[in-house]
Ligand binder design. Structure first.
Ligand code: ZN
Length: 447
């Protein structure tokens, strides 16, 4: 199968920032085989006339909690800790059916906002909750994007000085065994994988030290990546200083949790030393600007992290703290927040797009496969439709994408497969997914 996309503006072609004002991308058997200016060479089984469209790499979401699609709109005016305390008991009633409905909806929303790869940090495993990991894997099948499941865990309930209720946490050993089982059953290390697993204890305030170090040992033994929440709020920093006498970043360092196989959600409250340490170790950051704004957690030092050489990607975060749930919006939010923190030169439009593509690919360890439009890479591509009223006459298509409203998609390709066409999800019907989600959400809140 040879697909030709032509007459399109093309951006984020490679790390040098190559762009084509009017060019082509050729896809053969799911892989990019040509990209350049002007018309495409040779024949095609399918031709996509992308006049007045912008082609970018599919966006990469480095931090999410898909199950939270079933609990949107709650605790709308709360701090992080207050928000968690209100939501934990509801999440404690999750079962595999509810997680499946919520995850399908979340993935559908992400696909229709340009996202082709999603990292989902799932850390809620209620005792009677069924197979949560399987619920996520089957949701992915119905949408068609790539999914990195971070098998999360919590083992510090209230009685251990943690924040979650005791009935929501696992025993340390059970959490590690559950993570190992998910890796053995679902992790695909091959090129072009649709499902990968990472190890992800939830956060220092919900996890014991043995779980943090045990997860790091397990991940390195199995060759999978490590992920957790870190340095999100000042409350977390205060608690960490009181309990272990150092900042969250110093604590992560001490536990062997910095390295080029680790990416961390948020990383807002970092000292200059911590930023340099993240850069020197190649530790990634999942920057979640909308969620950080909703919680009022602060603004991550994205400019400084980039200058230190650290990988930085974008994350939507769970829909309970980001009800929009789309990734396209985060390009805009990342740019606004960086400039609010560091002034007008703190982040360019191209850098915002870089965070959502190549930066994310680095965080997930997949920079040789996805994140740019280079020959040999997987054909994960977003074809943004800039034809309508909202975009007519915008000179620079990248500015249209990053500064304007999120454009509709003419196409979304994952490994050459069309997953979204003219804004419509192809593998499943959105109406069906929305109905299932309404039923699941009501069940969860009324239980
Ligand atoms: Zn999160």
């Amino acid at each position: 199968m040879r697909t030709v996309i032509e007459n399109a503006a093309i951006a984020t072609v490679d790390a040098a920032g190559t762009e084509h004002a009017s060019g082509h991308v050729v896809v053969e058997d799911g892989v990019i085989t040509a990209v350049g200016s002007g018309p495409a060479p040779g024949d095609a089984d399918e031709r996509v006339d992308a006049r007045n469209c912008l082609v970018t790499p599919g966006l990469i979401n480095t931090h999410h909690h898909l199950y939270q699609w079933a609990t949107r709109g709650l605790a709308a005016d709360h701090t992080l800790f207050e928000w968690l305390v209100e939501l934990y008991p509801i999440w404690g009633r999750l079962n595999a059916g509810i997680t499946h409905a919520a995850a399908t909806a979340g993935l559908a929303r992400l696909a229709t906002t340009g996202c082709t790869t999603v990292a989902d940090h799932h850390y809620v495993f209620p005792r009677e909750g069924g197979d949560q990991v399987e619920a996520l894997v089957s949701a992915r099948e119905r949408v068609g994007v790539r999914l990195h499941i971070v098998r999360g865990s919590m083992d510090r309930g209230v009685s251990q000085g943690g924040l979650p209720p005791d009935n929501l946490v696992e025993e340390t050993e059970a959490a590690l065994l559950g993570t190992e089982a998910a890796i053995d059953k679902h992790h695909d290390a091959s090129r072009g994988a649709h499902v990968q697993i990472a190890a992800g204890p939830c956060s220092p305030f919900s996890v014991s030290e043995p779980l943090m170090t045990g997860a790091a040992e397990l991940a390195r033994r199995k060759g999978v990546r490590l992920h957790t929440h870190l340095a999100e709020t000042l409350d977390e920093e205060r608690q960490c200083l009181a309990e272990v006498g150092c900042t969250p970043a110093e604590y992560a360092d001490k536990l062997g949790w910095l390295g080029d196989d680790v990416w961390l959600a948020h990383t807002i409250h970092l000292s200059g030393d911590a930023i340099r340490r993240l850069g020197a170790t190649g530790t990634g950051s999942a920057h979640c600007p909308t969620s950080n704004g909703r919680i009022g957690a602060g603004i991550a030092p994205v400019r400084q992290l980039l200058d230190a050489g650290a990988p930085v990607g974008l994350g939507v975060d769970g829909a309970a703290s980001n009800e929009r749930g789309g990734l396209g919006e985060e390009l805009h939010q990342a740019l606004l927040q960086a400039r609010q923190r560091g002034g007008p030169r703190a982040l360019t439009t191209r850098e915002a797009l870089y965070l959502g593509t190549m930066g994310g690919a680095r965080c997930l360890g997949r920079e040789s496969e996805i994140g740019s439009i280079e020959v040999g890479k997987l054909a994960d591509l977003a074809v943004w439709n800039l034809r309508g009223l909202s975009y007519a006459g915008i000179t620079d298509p990248v500015a249209a994408l990053v500064l304007g409203a999120v454009p509709p998609l003419a196409r979304l390709f994952v490994g050459g497969e069309t997953v979204v066409s003219e804004g419509v999800l192809l593998r499943s019907e959105e109406d069906v997914i929305a109905r299932e989600l309404s039923v699941a959400g009501a069940k969860l809140r009324e239980a």
